[in-house]
Design a protein around this ligand. Structure first.
Ligand code: PEP
Ligand code: MG
Length: 744
């Protein structure tokens, strides 16, 4: 039994292993080895169901002939394995060949193993496959082993369903093997950084790590100092133009990205260095490269985060200068139907590519800066990060399907894959006409769905999907993508646009929540040992009251006419709340004295994210105007699991009984004191938790706008009395497994 327990622990890491695996085959191979080892069986095989053909195909095996993988197949209902699937039941036999449903399959050597167990893998009503264990006759399978295998099957269902498309691909080319020549590359599994499904032609863009390599390819001969000056002028105009163009799209961050390039271009020491080299006989191109390399190597060696980022800025600017030096042609061409595959992208590249209307991006190695993922999401560009260098060797114009909902990249897929993919694409497309203004449960109870806003560009989707207001504005984002703390005036402009984005609707503004994984390169020079428990959020604001006051003044001025609600993140005590609120009151006194127009009576609330605060909610209820539950952090602190550490991801369980009961207690406190409460963490966007949340009385949810239609639809399917019963049942359960069973 000890082995079985270990196995279940390992299985809890399945999702993680899957996300880390280069290909599905490697994942499945690892899986069958792991199960066979733990269960002490000679054979563990995994068959996946192919719906169109109504047949099972052997996808991985430990113990049977390796050559059978991908080849052996059986119809649903055929043999013991096929019967287990057709009848959706586990079949156990001490001597398989005597079982009435037994069918002999040649070439597998399985006749050597008579003790047999087949467990169907099902997800809801969907048939996914069968897991088969076999060993010598002397050791028949026990009931305990059956139970463990059934648990494995249920855990596997979710993961395998995501990779069903693979079956179609492998009919054309054998298992994906990263060491095979590029032509074999059919499916690459990566991480989804920005959701979406697109299909188009591949365009490989390699960032030239070595600028001189780029130089060698450019026609830059016979150019003079004068050409360089012209090029600088052209680049300046170009950057200013891009800056103002993206200003309209991403007013809160874009201009800040380009301003770094512009500042460098205006830096006389950099220009003087290039001019001197040209005067000494270098060609303008070589002078640019030599100067840029000097700065890049200097910046790259520095530990400081912020300085290292400067190396990217220099490279980006140098490339732009070289391109402009080489003439008017743009080496990117027309990108309207392209999926860009790149080894490295800078924030400015993403903005540029977005202007050229590219369909999607696959980023290969080189790492992704948070700016890039963030910008891709806000610009609505599907982005997958896949550590597969072979993708960079793809022929120009290879056909690529990008499923950034699960992080898959399909290369030159078969028609059947395209067909399934197109169907999935259509399912994802939302009929906007169908999105109702109000959200109601099946029995007519109103639910209020608000939008989380990270970038101002999110407002568009939030409005399109009829959000009732802004339930969480993460005000730290503009602070992250820049080189210094923004002034009150700069913040005022951003917040003014925020308020204008949803006029007349509630706007919940969260004050600065930096620290943890949100590092300011211009402030966090020293690494904290435990940043999530360090100088985070409201602690930072209260420790830097000048910065805090600047933000509060800016938002109250910008939202003078709005239904403004200000909330403080990570509050842990009554004193902290009162101190923060006093800073706000002091700002109001100042603004009044200065004769400024400002929001006189914003509602002032707290985020419930630290477990300690749950026990003092009754006290806080007397002071705070509202509560907003940040489940992302609340779970992290309740369960002592770092939310950014993939290695402990399996311990991050939103449906842990302690989490469910804590949520219930928060709701009880809020209702006892009549304090409005909402949920703004990720739990609010998971359909599976919706019956529980509504069942314990939650009526206000704030979520990333992309999830609004789905949650709206899910609400409409819920009957409140039933949800209450489910919630009560869930609250009585003490094991995670039992809760999972009930959640379905
Ligand atoms: C949360 O913690 O649930 C939350 C909404 O805040 P963030 O994810 O920004 O920490
Ligand atoms: Mg939080």
């Amino acid at each position: 039994m000890q082995n079985h327990l270990e196995l279940l622990c390992d299985l809890s890491e399945l999702n993680w292993i899957f996300n880390e695996s280069q290909s599905i085959d490697l994942f499945l191979a690892k899986l069958v080895d792991m199960v066979a080892g733990h269960m002490q069986t000679t054979v563990c095989s995994l068959y996946l169901y192919e719906e169109e053909q109504r047949e099972l195909r052997l996808k991985a095996t430990h113990g049977l002939k390796a050559g059978a993988v991908g080849v052996v197949r059986m119809l649903e209902g055929q043999g013991l394995t096929g019967t287990a699937l057709a009848e959706k039941r586990t079949i156990v036999a001490a001597k398989a060949s005597l079982h009435p449903a037994y069918k002999f399959f040649g070439g597998l050597n399985e006749e050597l193993y008579e003790a047999f167990m087949a467990v169907p893998i099902l997800r809801g009503i969907n048939k996914i496959g069968v897991i088969v264990l076999q060993r010598e006759e002397e050791k028949p399978f026990s009931q305990a082993e059956v139970t463990v295998t059934q648990t494995i099957a249920s855990q596997l269902a979710n993961i395998i369903e995501n990779v069903r498309l693979l079956g179609h691909i492998e009919r054309r080319s054998d298992a994906v093997n990263i060491s095979k020549p590029k032509i074999e590359l059919a499916l690459v599994h990566g991480q989804s950084a920005s959701q979406g499904l697109v299909k188009g032609r591949a365009l490989v863009l390699r960032r030239y790590q070595d600028l001189s390599e780029y130089l060698a390819e450019m026609p830059l001969k016979g150019l003079t100092l004068n050409d360089f000056h012209e090029c600088v002028k052209k680049t300046e105009v170009q950057l200013e133009m891009i800056q103002s163009e993206v200003e309209a799209q991403l007013s809160d961050v874009a201009s800040l990205i380009f301003s770094a390039h512009l500042l460098m271009l205006k830096d006389s020491s950099l220009l003087a260095k290039i001019e001197t080299l040209i005067a000494q006989g270098s060609s303008p191109g070589a002078a640019i490269v030599e100067t840029a390399d000097f700065y890049i190597s200097h910046f790259s060696r520095v530990e400081d985060h912020y300085i290292r980022e400067k190396a990217d800025d220099v490279r980006d600017l140098a490339l732009r200068l070289l391109r402009n030096l080489s003439g008017p042609q743009d080496d990117l061409g027309d990108l309207g139907d392209k999926v860009v595959i790149a080894d490295q992208l800078l924030p400015s590249d993403i903005l540029k590519l977005s202007h050229e209307k590219i369909l999607g991006i696959v980023l290969v190695s080189g790492g992704v800066t948070s700016h890039v993922a963030l910008l891709a999401r806000s610009l609505g560009i599907p982005l997958v990060i896949a550590d597969e260098p072979q993708l960079l060797a793809l022929d120009r114009n290879s056909f690529v399907l990008l499923d950034a909902t699960i992080g898959n990249v399909y290369v030159n897929p078969a028609p059947s894959v395209i067909e399934i993919f197109t169907k999935k694409q259509q399912e994802v497309e939302i009929d906007e006409a169908e999105i109702a203004e109000l959200t109601m449960t099946r029995d007519g109870e109103k639910v209020f769905l608000y939008s989380n806003i990270n970038l101002l560009s999110d407002l568009k989707m939030a409005n399109r999907y009829r959000a009732q207001g802004i339930g969480l504005y993460r005000s730290e984002i503009p602070f992250l993508v820049r080189s210094d703390f923004p002034s009150e005036a700069e913040q005022f402009l951003v917040y003014q646009r925020l308020a204008a984005g949803m006029p007349g609707k509630p706007l919940v503004f969260r004050t600065l929540d930096i620290g943890g994984d949100k590092v300011l390169s211009y402030y966090h020079h020293e690494k904290e040992e435990n940043p999530f428990m360090g100088m985070r959020s409201i602690r930072f604001s209260l420790g830097h009251k000048d910065i805090f006051a600047r933000q509060l003044r800016a938002v109250m001025r910008a939202c003078a006419e709005s239904d403004l609600r200000i909330m403080f993140p990570m509050v842990s005590s009554l004193e902290e709340f009162l101190e923060a609120r006093q800073v706000l009151y002091d700002c109001q006194q100042e603004l009044k004295a200065e004769g400024e127009k400002f929001c006189q009576a914003p509602k002032i609330g707290i985020m419930v994210e630290i477990p300690a605060v749950v026990d003092i909610l009754d006290d806080l209820a007397g002071e705070a105007d509202f509560f907003s539950i940040g489940t992302n952090d609340l779970i992290q602190y309740l369960l002592a699991v770092d939310r950014t550490n993939e290695k402990v991801a399996s311990f991050y369980v939103p449906h842990h009984p302690a989490v469910l009961r804590t949520l219930k207690r928060i709701m009880q406190s809020a209702s006892r004191h009549n304090v409005p409460v909402s949920i703004c963490g990720e739990m609010a966007s998971r359909e599976i938790y919706l019956p529980f949340l509504l069942g314990i009385g939650v009526r206000n949810l704030s979520l990333d706008p992309v999830f609004l239609p789905r949650i709206k639809k899910a609400c409409a399917a819920i009957n409140l009395p039933e949800a209450k019963t489910v919630a009560q049942k869930l609250l009585r359960l003490s094991s995670i497994k039992e809760i999972e069973k009930l959640l379905g």
